[in-house]
Design a protein around this ligand. Sequence first.
Ligand SMILES: C[S@@+](CC[C@H](N)C(=O)[O-])C[C@H]1O[C@@H](n2cnc3c(N)ncnc32)[C@H](O)[C@@H]1O
Length: 253
Amino acid sequence: MSATTWDPALYLDFDDHRSRPFHDLLARVGAARSRRVVDMGCGPGHLTAVLAARWPGAAVTAFDSSAEMVAAARERGVEAEQVDVRDWTPAPDTDVVITNAVLQWVPEHPVLLPRWLAALPAGAWFAMQVPGNLDAPSHALVRELLDEPHWRGSTDLRDGTAVLDPAGYADLLAPACAVDAWETTYLQRLTGDDPVLNWISATALRPVRAALPEADYRAFRAELAPRLRAAYPARADGSTWFPFRRVFAVARV
Ligand SMILES: C[S@@+](CC[C@H](N)C(=O)[O-])C[C@H]1O[C@@H](n2cnc3c(N)ncnc32)[C@H](O)[C@@H]1O
């Protein structure tokens, strides 16, 4: 993980839109009981509580590579640890692993996935969701601006090759287990000024924010804002449609 930091409060804006795929993912996990549930990349921990409620008898392991996110999770009573997914291996009693909107930050996750599955006990469930919108205008316009002479070399931003499509995950996971893979495009209704810019500020723009001095970051956002407004125009009622594709895979070992 890079040194770019996360802002838990900013991330929790749009909580309803950001949480919905987690619930849709969880709905496809059929484990009636679990000895241990893992929230891999738990962020601010607000969804870890949902896992604890779904499997009340389970030990809960929550971890994240961001010190800020771990601190925010601990503040809400989740005993999160600061661990990078690349360094994690499942404990032998791990019956459920959930990783929601995390693995897009880990380009080598297709290599790690089969290793994690191989280490899980028979009957365990592994459920993941990644945004499938890295080539959408919200991200492509940031890359386009970063490629212009003034900003070139500031930082890199992941493109769509950072994640697979549902068939890609199904092929990767199927040799080890039964797989349920799908995609959904959520048509999100955002409100307020520059809502798409605000949305990506908590996620995709973090590497840009980390790479640029404050004044340059403000200038970058000022150049980006009208491009995003043109790509995602405000509707007559002031709201903005923001389609968001997400890719899901649930594997039963
Ligand atoms: C979009 S947030 C998702 C948080 C939470 N899972 C949720 O659904 O709200 C992405 C999280 O992944 C974490 N993350 C990114 N790379 C990671 C890595 N290599 N190891 C562990 N956590 C990572 C970030 O720190 C951040 O908290």
